[in-house]
Unconditional design. Structure first.
Length: 346
């Protein structure tokens, strides 16, 4: 068993351990409610120079478990041990990609075990934390130690992306993109982050660069606008042909107050797709970004709505919470959102 997975004995829910009386301000009940484990990604942007801070909190009384897994198997083992010790809250110290990996590992381990998650945003964009809320490391530990992690909860459906032809656990996340969005993700990684732009600034830079190149007829990748994709929402008629962009999410709020979704919202997944080449893109940019469609847009290939299942055929890579994935050997994927997770908000 990896000794770094644990920093406290099994009775770590009682401050002091070993049957000692709790310190002032603590109670047995509060500490049992707030059984907190921390998973940290040392490679996340905000953690690269913060190892000393983590070392200082590893022995904090509020933490009943700590892990810094270096790969998916180590993450799975950490979660398995946390589950065996009845951890109720898992703090994720990392970016959107770290949250995605934790959600995927939870499904792989046990689809019925759904601990509450608290996010310590340490990534480059932190879209998920922007929606559900994020903690600082010290404030989170202080709240846990005082038994105050019992307040706000935000429940979100979790996307499950299945790639046909692969024997794997579905990729879990909260924001999916394909087409120009995937190209924009590559551009952000290659250029925006390289010149020191992160969070909202990187999003603005990437959106502006993507739209500018598209308006000039310059796709990021020669294959992007010629990629044939098919999208079917639930049991409706599928739309086949080149698509400029496809977005899907279960998040309620995006960064910079963007809301590129409209139409019926009865399904678990909100989605938008725009045919390629995009018609009247200059006039459609703001209506799309703000979710305020104009009368001409539907006929021009701008579609948005909600569904419980999306089926896509695509030959280019897609993005889940900031990371690019190949579509698999059959170039078909299915997106559903059957499960939900509760996130703790400050």
């Amino acid at each position: 068993m990896d000794p770094h997975l644990y920093r406290h004995p099994l009775h770590a829910d009682i401050p002091g351990g070993g049957g000692e009386a709790p310190r002032p301000g603590h109670s047995f009940l509060a500490c049992r409610v707030n059984r907190l484990a921390l998973i940290s990604n040392p490679r996340s942007h905000g953690n690269r120079n913060g190892r000393s801070k983590l070392k200082a909190v590893e022995s904090d009384d509020a933490l009943a478990g700590f892990a810094e897994p270096q790969d998916p198997e180590a993450l799975l083992e950490a979660l398995r041990n946390f589950k065996s010790r009845d951890m109720e809250i898992i703090a994720v110290n990392g970016g959107d990609g770290t949250v995605r990996e934790v959600l995927t590992a939870l499904l792989r381990l046990d689809a019925e075990w759904r601990p509450e998650l608290a996010i310590i945003p340490a990534g480059k964009t932190n879209l998920i934390a922007h929606d559900v809320g994020g903690f600082g490391l010290r404030p989170l530990l202080k709240a846990a130690g005082e038994g105050r992690l019992t307040g706000k909860r935000k429940r979100r459906r979790i996307l499950e992306i299945r790639r046909y032809g692969l024997d794997e656990t579905p990729i879990c996340g909260l924001f999916f993109g394909a087409g120009a969005f995937s190209a924009g993700t590559e551009l952000a990684a290659e250029k925006a982050n390289r010149i020191g732009l992160y969070h909202g600034a990187a999003v603005i830079w990437t959106l502006c660069a993507m739209l500018w190149r598209s308006l000039r007829g310059q796709p990021y990748d020669p294959d992007v606008e010629s990629t044939l994709m098919r999208l079917q929402a639930d049991d409706g008629a599928g739309r086949k042909g080149p698509h400029f962009i496809i977005l899907a999410t279960t998040l309620h709020r995006l960064i910079l107050r963007l809301n590129p979704f409209w139409g019926g919202q009865n399904g678990a997944i909100r989605y938008t797709d725009i045919a390629a080449p995009p018609i009247r893109l200059r006039a459609g940019v703001l209506p799309v970004l703000l979710g305020r469609p104009q009368p001409w847009m539907a006929e021009a290939g701008y579609h948005s709505g909600s569904a419980d299942r999306l089926q896509l055929g695509l030959t280019s890579r897609f993005t889940v919470d900031g990371e690019l994935f190949d579509p698999g050997p059959e170039s078909r994927i299915e997106i559903t959102a059957p499960r939900s997770i509760e996130f703790i908000s400050p």
